[in-house]
Design a protein around this ligand. Structure first.
Ligand SMILES: Cc1ncc(COP(=O)(O)O)c(C=O)c1O
Length: 380
């Protein structure tokens, strides 16, 4: 029987694991000795691919992994038998009995969870590690800070639980430093109301990528939970000085191919709904990626792609499998050329942040939106 012929991808994400490793090293280099680095690898490692990312980071010796749910956690555990895995989202009752076999650390926000996890520990015949989460203004998971001391008391009294950490989540570290500082103060003040809390023995953490800049070990914080920055993307305006201290390198770039080049006359409409009409005779190229690959519709008529080192504006609406771009400036653009949505190519570059702006969204969503149809190609 003949082998199946190779089917080369029309759209591919290139993942530079070397850059990931360098970013993590650089970020860890900014932390004081003894501070722990939690690598957030939820949502398929922000679209980069959970397995290769975890394999690389486990080899780099990060201190713990952060995931959203037990399915992701089980995948990490298969790769890394030892390292702590913190479940950042809540555990459903039917997932309680996954905690012990996969040796997972659950996040506690409610009294009901204390009872459930304690019971799961009793069934497993061991103490289950947990982190207590305090809501200081995110309004999502975590016990409201005023109720935290009471929940802490019931947690330390639970015979089959072991408190390993206390944390909070910053809601606005990328845009509101004053609110972030208020959250930190509220958190530290709440810790002071927990009798017998052994801060040195526990992980005390608040910082995501945007908070990293104001991480303060002097006040007792001794761990961070980093996602976006390790993938080489600066989280926002207020974290820009992070750039000055470390040179983060983009890990993911996204490319498709030019399939057809043609000339359309002035006045010709382009793509669904005729939202663009050419002002002059124009050399256009059809590029083989669309919203089926994770290219947001919102970047139609707003964004550009790189072809032959030239920024080529996207004309008209993004369709499921294709976009149309103006290649007037791209020399002899031809079928087979590469078109880059974000990444560096031929001396030019588009950042994930810039691309996300055209899409009216945030870098996190752009990375997570790259669809399953897009093969990830690893290097470095
Ligand atoms: C609880 C928690 N901690 C840390 C992170 C990592 O955030 P970032 O990607 O901004 O570093 C996330 C991501 O959403 C999160 O939900």
């Amino acid at each position: 029987m003949k082998n199946d012929p190779d089917t080369p991808p029309r759209c591919r994400a290139e993942i530079d694991l070397g850059a990931l490793e360098r970013n993590v090293n650089a970020l860890r280099g900014l932390l004081p000795a003894g501070a722990r680095y939690g690598a957030v690898v939820k949502a398929d490692a922000y679209g980069h691919g959970l397995v290769p990312v975890v394999e690389r980071l486990a080899a780099r010796g990060v201190d713990f992994f952060g995931v959203a749910n037990v399915t992701e956690a089980a995948a990490v555990r298969r790769i890394d038998p030892e390292r702590p895995i913190l479940l950042l989202s809540a555990v459903l009752p039917e997932e309680d009995d996954c905690l012990a076999p996969y040796d997972l650390t659950a996040t506690v926000s409610t009294g009901e969870e204390v009872v459930r996890f304690d019971e799961a520990g009793r069934r497993a015949g061991r103490r289950l590690p947990v982190h207590l989460k305090i809501d200081t203004g995110m309004g999502r998971l975590g016990v409201w800070h005023e109720e935290a001391p009471a929940l802490y008391a019931s947690l330390v009294a639970a015979r089959h639980l072991e408190l390993r950490g206390v944390y909070t989540h910053l809601s606005s570290a990328d845009c509101d430093p004053n609110f972030t500082e208020r959250q930190r103060l509220l958190f530290l003040d709440t810790l002071d109301k927990m009798p017998g809390l052994e801060r040195e023995r526990l992980m005390i953490h608040a910082d995501n990528s945007a908070g990293f800049d104001t991480f303060d070990p002097e006040r007792g914080f001794n761990a961070v939970r980093i996602g976006l920055a390790q993938y080489g993307v600066i989280p926002g305006e207020h974290a820009k000085h992070l750039l000055r201290r470390v040179e983060l390198q983009p890990v993911c770039s996204l490319h498709a191919r030019v399939t057809v080049v043609k000339t359309l006359p002035a006045g010709a409409p382009v793509s669904y709904g005729q939202t663009h009409r050419l002002e002059r005779e124009t050399r256009v190229a059809v590029v083989s990626a669309g919203y089926g690959d994770g290219i947001h519709r919102a970047c139609g008529n707003r964004g550009s792609v790189l072809v032959r080192g030239c920024r080529c504006p996207i004309l008209g609406r993004v369709t499921m499998d294709e976009i149309v771009v103006d290649v007037t400036g791209a020399g002899a653009a031809a079928c087979g050329d590469e078109a880059t949505f974000f990444g560096a190519r031929d001396g030019a570059a588009i950042t994930v942040r810039e691309f996300s702006g055209w899409c009216g969204t945030i870098p996190w969503e752009v990375l997570c939106a790259i669809s399953r149809r897009v093969p990830r190609r690893y290097r470095g």
